[in-house]
Structures are given as C-alpha cells and as structure tokens.
Ligand binder design. Structure first.
Ligand SMILES: CC(C)(CO)[C@@H](O)C(=O)NCCC(=O)O
Ligand code: NA
Length: 605
C-alpha cells in the first residue's frame, strides 16, 4: 500500500549525496597515489600493518552498522518500544572477549586471513570449508546491504532505484580497488562521522518540531514506549533481556571476534596493544550509535503520536518508515534530508567496502595462494585488486538477484547472514578452547552447525512464527505492547516443532556455535582426540586451564588442558607441516631452542 505521497529532493540534497561519493572516491585516490601506492599485498590487504587504534575502531563500527540497522532499529523502537536497547549490555562481553581472547591469538600468529588459523590448528580442508562458508555469507550480505537503502529511497522519494544501486556499488568498487584497506578504513572513518551527523540532525529537528525534550518524553512515556527490563525466560520471545544480553553476546562475538572483516582490521594494527585498544574504543562509539538509533525511534513516535498518519506509518515497511519520517520532517530545511540520505548510504558503503576487501583477502590467501606458491608479489597484488573489483561487480549482481526475488527473500537473506555467523564462531571456539578437537571433529562440527542454523532459520522463515511481522500496536498512542503476548500465545498454541522454529533469532548464533562445539568434540573423541602437545603452538587459548585453576597441575596435564598458549614445544614436523601458510614459517629453520623461546614469548597471558 502507498498511502503517502512521494517526497521530493532538492538540488542541495543531490549535491550532498554526490559529495559523499566524491569524498569517498577522493580518499580512495589519495591512498592509491600516496604511501606505497598499493604495490604490495601487505599494503593493499593489511594497510602495511601500520594502523593506529582510532581509525581502526571507527572502521570496526562502520563495518557492521549497515543501512539495514540504521532504518531497522528506529522502526523497531517505534512499533515495540525500547526493549531492543538492552542489546547494549551485550557489547560488554561481546567486545572484552574479542579484545582478550581472539585478538591475542590471531595477532601473535601474524595471520593475514582468519582462516589460516583453521589450517594451523586443524587442517587444510577445515580452512577451505571455513573460507567457503565466509564467502557464501558475505556475498549474500553485501547484496542486501547495497539494495536496501536504494529500495527505501526509491519508495519514499522516487529516486531511481538502479541509479542509486549502481552509483554506490560502482563508486565503492572503485575506491576499494584503488586504495586498498587504507582507503577502506579511512572512508569508514569519514562515513561513520556522516552517519552520526545525519542521525543527530534528524533527532535535533525532530525534538524541536515535537515541542521539546519534555514533550517527547511525555509522549513516549504515555505511549508505553519505554520498556522495563523483560526477564521472561521464554527463548521464543524476540527481544528480552536474555535474548539480547546473552544471545547478543554470541552475535557480537561472531561479528567482532572472528569475522574476517574485523580480524583483518585487528591484524592491520601497528601493535597488539593498539588492536586491543581499538576494540575497547568500539564500546563507547557503539553505545552512541545504538543510542542515536533508539532515540530516533522514540522521536519518530512522539512526532506522529496522536496524528492521523500514525496508523499509516506503522503500516509502512520497516525500511520505508524511517525515510518517510525524515523526508516529511526535513522537507522544509534544505540539505538536511540529503544529509540523512548520505548517512544511510554511508552505512551501506562502509559495509560493502569491507566486504569487497575481506573477500579479496580470503580468496587470494586461502583459495589461490596455496596452489600458486611461486606467484610474485606484483602478480599477487594485481590479482587482489582484480578480486576486489570482481566482488564489487558481483555485489551489483547480488543486488539484482535480491530484487528479482520477493520481499521476504530480502529478510531471509539478512537472516542467512546471522545464521552462518554462528557456526563460524563455533569452529574457532572449538579450535581455541578445546585441545582435544581434531580435524575430523571440526568438519563434522561445522557441518552440523550449519545444518542446525539452516534448519531453525529456514524453518522459521517458512512457518513464519518468528520472522513474520509481529503485531504492531499502533491503534492509538496509549496502546500497550501487544506483540510479545501474541508471539507467546501463538507459541504455546503450536506444537513443539513449531516452537523450536520460533526460537528468537537472537539465539541463532549461540545455538549454532554450541552445536559446532558439542558435535565437534563428540566427533573428535570418536576418531581419536588430539594430544595437547601435537597442537600447533600458539593456536590454543588456555580457557579450560584458567577455569580449572583449582585443579592440581598434574591432573590438569592428564586432562590435557594445562598449557598456557605455546608453552610446550611441538615436534618439528608439526611446524614444517604448516610452513607455507603462516608467518611462523621462518621459525622452521631455526633450532628447537629458538622455537622454545618463541613459544614462551607468545605465552604471556
Ligand atoms: C552489531 C550490532 C549488533 C550492534 O548493535 C548491530 O549493528 C548488528 O546487528 N549489525 C549487523 C547487521 C547489520 O546491521 O548489517
Ligand atoms: Na556500514
């Protein structure tokens, strides 16, 4: 339905949107022509491992703050109240664990791709499976990310859909191909600032037009939009403190702990300390980002509360709702709607640029290089540029594919992104925390984790118990929140299978990563668990050892969980086995004494 007339863009709005693209291109060109001029893969894929924490932290936020989140969160708050805000609690552990567990392990191994870890810890097949899973996940995600803001803009303003998709997709491909990771990180910094500015501008004008902060507060309070903490343990409830604060931690870990796009940024940091600092700095900025989107939802509610349009807006799709609000409100202030559109497309650009660069990295490092050991640096760099460019063009193809499929596919595609992240998190946890896990177990674990994720995920899409549009309480401003009750009522009425499918999607990561760990361990014990001393040094994090601090050392040794990272010296053969794929290779030639020294050096947890 289209109850609302289309809004129009002024010249200034177009100019601001164009400026975003031009500035991003400019940053790309700058890094193509300065520094090492992108002539090595070290520079193109890892920014010469010379970044400091400030740009890295802003880039980390920008990567997983897509346009889907920018328009989705305010719409969620508008229809269901502020419960979603509690996801901010998950940021604590969701960033502390990457900072102190994942970063030290990855950084000290001097990796390029996170999947190199899987080969060091398990075997080549595990690495390949991990890489392919990541490529599948990211290719689907980038299509949705570029298509969503263009679709919303088209629906509300009539702005040409393919014009927007092509402009953003091509500009992003260009600056990513020209300027490498340095350009990706610095455009992320710029785009994060535009993102914050756009949201802030909308909030300020919205508050003003509603009649001040006190009025906004009164309306959202009377409209029941301020949610108390919901401690309902029902795992099928979409958003409760448990789904957000606990399930959300696993979602955060899959994004900030092990996702290649983020790991690559940690690895591009000057020092390990700098990488950890950047992770810490994500915390306040991510809270600001969350607060901005939540407050925007509240202002939007207060603005339309009591108006005729209230119902109509509630019936718009989530993606259109926010844009309608923005265009409606900012129409008379030239340039501001352009700023918000720039904010939306900044979110999209920063996400897809990270996708192009990380996809180029894993394709080169994990799929191509192992088969062409004699490749020259110049060729490898050219190839990585070609790959970044090809993935950029593939993004356009994916946007088209998303377009020809139905609307529900759009949501499904976004869910797939979340669904696949869990098993990947699981396999890294299996490798890092459990010395017994072997390669067969890892493959079995990853396989069953993916099956579990798709079973629940596709099940929920098909039965529409969890993914379907929840009832929107907008019959008047003082309406209570219906959605939760309805979901529960429906949930209890259905049989247990359907209940299983209606598991809140916030739990997907947790469920599938646990599945990987448990089936992975079972598989390993059945096929002969690994001995701790056979595991490549530096690939284990002594989680169990630390947790069992009260157990005597000799018993821990028997349990195979005594070794702090890299403490024991592995056999020369284990090292040689992995020579070609890691930064550890130079050590192979050295004596075992030197190896021992290295091993102790990297075990300072
Ligand atoms: C990373 C979080 C959880 C932070 O709130 C959120 O931005 C998110 O779910 N991001 C991934 C999906 C996306 O926005 O593209
Ligand atoms: Na983004």
């Amino acid at each position: 339905m289209d109850p609302l007339e289309k809004m129009h863009f002024t010249t200034i709005d177009y100019v601001i949107f164009a400026l975003l693209l031009v500035a991003s291109m400019g940053i790309g060109l700058y890094y193509a022509l300065s520094g090492g001029r992108q002539r090595t893969t070290q520079e193109f894929l890892l920014a010469d491992r010379s970044m400091s924490c400030l740009p890295v932290s802003l880039s980390l936020i920008a990567t997983f703050q897509s346009a889907v989140a920018i328009v989705g969160v305010p719409a969620e708050i508008y229809t269901h109240g502020t419960q979603y805000w509690f996801i901010g609690c998950a940021y604590i552990l969701g960033l502390l664990i990457p900072a102190h567990v994942f970063i030290p392990v990855f950084y000290r191994l001097h990796l390029t791709s996170a999947y190199q870890y899987l080969e060091l810890r398990f075997s080549k097949p595990v690495r390949i499976c991990g890489t392919l899973t990541f490529i599948f996940q990211t290719v689907i995600y980038m299509g949705v990310c570029v298509y969503t803001p263009a679709l919303a803009l088209n629906a509300v303003t009539g702005f040409d859909l393919w014009g927007a998709v092509l402009a953003t997709g091509l500009v992003c491909t260009l600056y990513t191909t020209l300027g490498g990771l340095k350009a990706v990180i610095w455009t992320d910094v710029f785009q994060t600032i535009v993102m914050f500015a756009g949201q802030l501008a909308v909030i300020v004008v919205g508050v003003q037009q509603t009649g001040g902060l006190a009025e906004v507060w009164r309306k959202v309070w009377e409209g029941n939009r301020i949610s108390g903490i919901d401690l309902n343990p029902d795992p099928t409830e979409r958003y409760t403190f448990w789904t957000l604060g606990v399930g959300g931690v696993f979602l955060m870990l899959s994004l900030y702990g092990v996702n290649q796009a983020q790991v690559q940024r940690y690895l591009s940091s000057k020092t390990e300390r700098e990488a950890i600092m950047s992770c810490y700095m994500v915390f306040p900025s991510l809270q600001v980002a969350l607060a901005l989107s939540c407050v925007m939802g509240l202002v939007m509610f207060a603005r339309y509360c009591g108006e005729d349009r209230f119902h109509k807006i509630g019936n718009l799709s989530k993606n259109e709702m926010v844009l309608y609000f923005v265009m409606d409100m900012l129409q008379d202030i030239p340039g501001l709607s352009g700023l918000f559109i720039a904010c939306l497309f900044s979110a999209a650009l920063s996400t897809i640029s990270s996708a192009f660069n990380s996809l180029a990295t894993v394709t080169l490092e994990d799929l191509i290089k192992p088969h062409c050991s004699s490749m020259t640096e110049a060729r490898a760099t050219l190839l990585s540029k070609g790959l970044a460019c090809s993935y950029g063009l593939m993004c356009l193809a994916m946007a088209y594919l998303t377009h020809v499929m139905s609307d529900s596919v759009l949501q499904a595609a976004f869910k797939i992104f979340g669904m696949v992240g869990g098993p990947l998190l699981g396999i890294f946890c299996l490798g890092m925390f459990f010395p017994w896990a072997n390669s067969t177990g890892a493959l079995v674990g990853l396989g069953s984790g993916l099956v579990m994720a798709f079973w629940v995920g596709i099940g929920s899409i098909v039965t529409r118990t969890s993914g379907g549009p929840a009832a929107v309480s907008h019959f008047n401003c003082t309406a209570v929140q219906l959605s939760g009750n309805i979901t529960t009522a429906v949930g209890t009425a259905l049989n247990s299978t359907a209940r299983f499918y209606s598991l809140s999607f916030m739990w997907y990561s947790a469920l599938s990563s646990f599945t990987v760990v448990i089936t992975g361990l079972i598989g390993s014990f059945l096929t002969g668990p690994m001995k701790e001393e056979d595991v490549t040094p530096g690939t284990l994090y002594p989680l169990l050892g630390n947790m069992l601090f009260f157990v005597p050392d000799n018993l821990k040794q028997n349990l195979c969980c005594s070794t702090p990272l890299g403490h024991r010296v592995s056999q020369q053969s284990t090292w040689a086995h992995h020579t070609h794929s890691s930064g550890l290779c130079s050590l192979v030639e050295t004596t075992s004494k030197a190896t021992k020294r290295f091993a102790t050096k990297i075990s300072i947890y």
